[in-house]
Design a protein around this ligand. Structure first.
Ligand code: SF4
Length: 465
């Protein structure tokens, strides 16, 4: 499969060092740290009702957050609960059932779902009986399209016999496997010992069962990691040839994430070494035929993600890059974030608060945001920059009924240093991220983020690299 319409990527170490700073990942705009308590439940319900009236048959995405993990990986920044007690998942499913019931009651007819994602935590913490129960609950409330994309995050160390077959029988066809690094010393340093054979056997079993797109997560910048461990990890990973690879930068923020306090700071690679690892990984993946999708993501040319990039239909949502057009998202479970129309709504992050709300018979919403017209227009700009690497100004103006160069005059003017460094081309007709700029696309996107400019809070985010 030939990828023809994608801006190539050029790794320019000096420019990456120069522009490396903290910034949002833009899985949403406005970003979740802008959400506020207040009228979120009312806004969410109004958005659901408007959806019924205006687009009852529009595609719907579902996300289910399953927060439990057997053990804690020290690098982890997810919202999870460490326990070995499977009984806690039974209680959690009781509450999830209540939440599903409350959401379902807001729809007149059974909503049709085109995408389902199970994330966590560790979805495979659940026993097979608990997974069966969860699928039964979802299927009695929602109607799944025959070709729905159903994906699950897998921890190969915690996979019950028969779990993959069970998920395949329920229509799961995509999986994401946490790997991070295959070196035993690195794995020990982050408390995630996962021999390569364990990962390989899950991947092979998944393929046999018809999981057509398999993603592996890797991280660079972990303790005891070096260019040599990265090279060895990549050599093995490329033999497995997963359809997608996510390559994340480890952000050491022990003051925010407790498990990271167990990491020896002295064992963390220096920034210069981290950059060498990144360059090595990017070059190796590109030479092996992977397409750079954007931010941290790579995919084989025949994978849907690469095809969507090529065809200009790539999307970005809470799960990262995606292929389906901008779907409404109903998210279930502690801390999960829904988006219906112009409304973001986040559930309680604390398990007790989540349970307490459901005990009171109300949706467990804690905070959210109703997008203004300005939010929507800026969201579209950021989306186009991160998913298409360009904004064709006449097309944008037609779609959004704005005079682009007048509306964004100060934002466009702020691109001058990035333009001078060759990261972005700016003309009255077009804003285009160059090959050197693709790795720093979110730096370009940040210039259109009104909240960042007003609050000057960029330092609260993780670094780009
Ligand atoms: S990385 Fe995954 S398995 Fe490890 S603690 Fe975090 S959520 Fe749990």
């Amino acid at each position: 499969m030939l990828i023809k319409h994608v801006t190539p990527v050029e790794f320019d170490t000096a420019l990456i060092v120069k522009h490396d700073g903290s910034g949002p990942r833009y899985t949403s705009y406005p970003t979740a740290d802008r959400f506020a308590a207040g009228h979120v439940a009312q806004q969410y319900l109004t958005a659901l009702h408007a959806r019924q009236l205006e687009r009852p048959n529009a595609a719907l995405s579902l996300y289910v957050h399953l927060p439990f993990c057997d053990t804690v990986c020290y690098y982890c920044a997810c919202n999870k609960i460490a326990t070995k007690d499977r009984g806690r998942a039974d209680v959690y499913l009781d509450y999830l059932e209540k939440e599903i019931g409350l959401v379902r009651a807001e729809f007149l007819t059974q909503p049709e779902v085109s995408q389902l994602h199970l994330g966590g935590g560790t979805p495979t913490f659940l026993t097979n009986a608990q997974l069966e129960r969860l699928f039964g609950m979802l299927k009695s409330a929602f109607r799944f399209k025959p070709q729905a994309e159903c994906s699950v995050e897998i921890d190969p160390r915690r996979l019950n016999p028969g779990a993959l077959a069970l998920m395949a029988a329920h229509g799961f066809n995509r999986m994401s496997i946490g790997v991070q690094d295959l070196d035993p010393a690195v794995q020990k340093a982050v408390n995630r010992v996962q021999p390569p054979e364990v990962t390989q056997s899950v991947l092979e079993r998944g393929r046999t069962l018809g999981f057509s797109s398999i993603n592996l997560d890797l991280i660079y910048g972990l303790p005891k990691q070096s260019a040599a461990t990265m090279q060895a990890t990549l050599r093995t990973v490329l033999q497995w040839r997963p359809e997608r690879i996510a390559l994340y930068s480890y952000a050491h923020l022990p003051e925010r994430f407790m498990p990271q306090r167990r990491i020896e700071t002295a064992e963390i690679p220096a920034p210069a070494e981290k950059l060498v690892m990144l360059k090595l990984a990017v070059t190796t993946l590109l030479n092996a035929g992977y397409v750079y999708i954007g931010m941290d993501h790579f995919a084989l040319p025949e994978d849907e993600l690469a095809r969507a990039l090529d065809q200009g239909t790539l999307q970005r949502n809470f799960q990262g890059y995606a292929t389906q057009a901008d779907c409404d998202l109903v998210a279930l479970g502690v801390s999960s974030i829904s988006r219906i129309g112009n409304v973001y709504a986040q559930n309680e992050r604390d398990l007790d608060a989540y349970y307490a709300a459901l005990d009171q018979g109300r949706l467990p919403l804690a905070k959210g945001l109703e997008m203004t017209r300005d939010d929507l227009v800026r969201r579209a700009v950021i989306h186009d920059l991160l998913c298409q690497s360009e904004i064709v100004i006449t097309d944008f103006e037609q779609k959004w009924a704005v005079n682009f160069n007048a509306y964004f005059a100060s934002d466009v003017a702020s691109l001058i240093d990035l333009q001078n460094d060759g990261l972005v081309q700016v003309s009255p007709e077009l804003i285009r991220i160059t090959p050197k700029g693709r790795f720093l696309a979110r730096i370009v996107a940040m210039r259109f983020d009104r909240y960042l400019r007003e609050a000057k809070t960029a330092a609260r985010y993780s670094k780009v690299i």
